[in-house]
Design a protein. Sequence first.
Lengths: 250, 250
Amino acid sequence: MTATPMRTLQSVTLLVLGLLAFWQLLYWGVGDVAFRSPVATVRFTATLLGNETFWPHARETGRAFAMALLLSVLIGLPMGVLLGSNRMVGAVFEPILVASYAIPKITLYPIMLLMFGLGMSAKVAFGVIHGVIPIALFTVSAVRHIRPVLLKTGRVMGFGPLEMARSILFPAAMPEIFAGLRIGFSLTLIGTILGEMFASQRGIGFLLMNAIGLHNVDLIMGLTFLLSVSAGIASFALLLVDRHMKARAA
Amino acid sequence: MKYAWVWRVGLLAALVVLLEVLCATGGIDRLTMQPPHRMAVDLWRIITSGSLNAAILRTLTNAAIAFVSAMLFGVVFAVLLHRARFLRETLDPLFATYYAIPVFAFYPLMIVVFGLNDLPEIFIAFMLAVVSVVVTTLAGLDRVPRVLLKTALVSRLGPVETARRIVLPFVAPFLLTAARLAIAYALIGVIGAEFIMSSNGMGYEISFAYNNFDNATMYPLILLVILTSVLVNALLSYWERILLTQRGLS
């Protein structure tokens, strides 16, 4: 994929226009019962952002997400490095990791609630169980695919394990690890939001669940729009960094 | 690494024993978690008594419908998209950011459009599953070696023959990966939708049991969901490994 910046900009513009057109058409098809037009949604989102009561929820979600992402990285990266660099440990644990990636983690929310109680720790935990596995799995494969000559060079130069990780493992494996971080970012976010929907009294997920219960279409559309746009922008930015890294490594 | 699986089984067994001991000694209280043997006994009781079989069957059927339609639609769409280079470059950013979007927020909309029956949750599950199928299939199609396609040209194979004899066998492992992802997402979609709003199905029964502190129903059902997804996933990855071994790629 040789996407020049110009080309990328063009396709993103086209995509946004296409999605807006699709949205408007859908609105004409479905009507006002459960849907709002793009214009109405943007207008409602603007008033929502101007509303004092909204921001504590947004901050709560932001804090939960930041904590969940930090924990996912702090747990996932070392786990991935360990499983990737030690063959025996990898052979024992990697299949477990792959299998737990496929578990519909949404069914675990009652257990999370019973273990952590209603509140911050439950949704952080929910975000972490979503995000940590892809980060670990991508790191495993990244570490395995490092060219052996680099590792041998490190050994010849008498590097200890820490020095080895800092100056050889991470730089060499970074492009692939970053791809894992990008996916981990999305999944942690969705996990945190899901956690808030089911296991919380505060946050954007809670507002969304409440709006669903009250059938407040304006709020549902506004929150979904807000979440999709911010997640979309963040994840697209990560994608650009990802491509940049791959291009430099190649 | 011949004994890796022995270690793995041993570790998992040790984990179960640890849980058992913690539950027996009161390290984990009864309200939080039941001892593993109780879960197994209760699961057996639930299945043989047949009281929840309708709910279990309904959830699995809906997930299966969503999975099959996501596979069919996703593969066909990917094949078409593989030819339409421009459209693909336009949609690429959407695919990359898709899983950061909270698809569940659209569930109320689906209910208004389709009515409160099985269709909304099937559609949510389909929406979650289909993009992973498209992305994985595209990745497979991208990797079909040029030389094989040239061989097809030289041997004057028509498009149908080329697809059947060259592209399909090459892409098969990717399709299995796509199937694994799609099954996981289909289960997440159906069960998550049942958590949010539904009057039937495993997700509904789990959250109903949770609200009534009925751990004797909740834990066995969660265990059943986990066992089902792990088992299906293991079977598919076994098949995938056979295909790769035949090709000398494993």
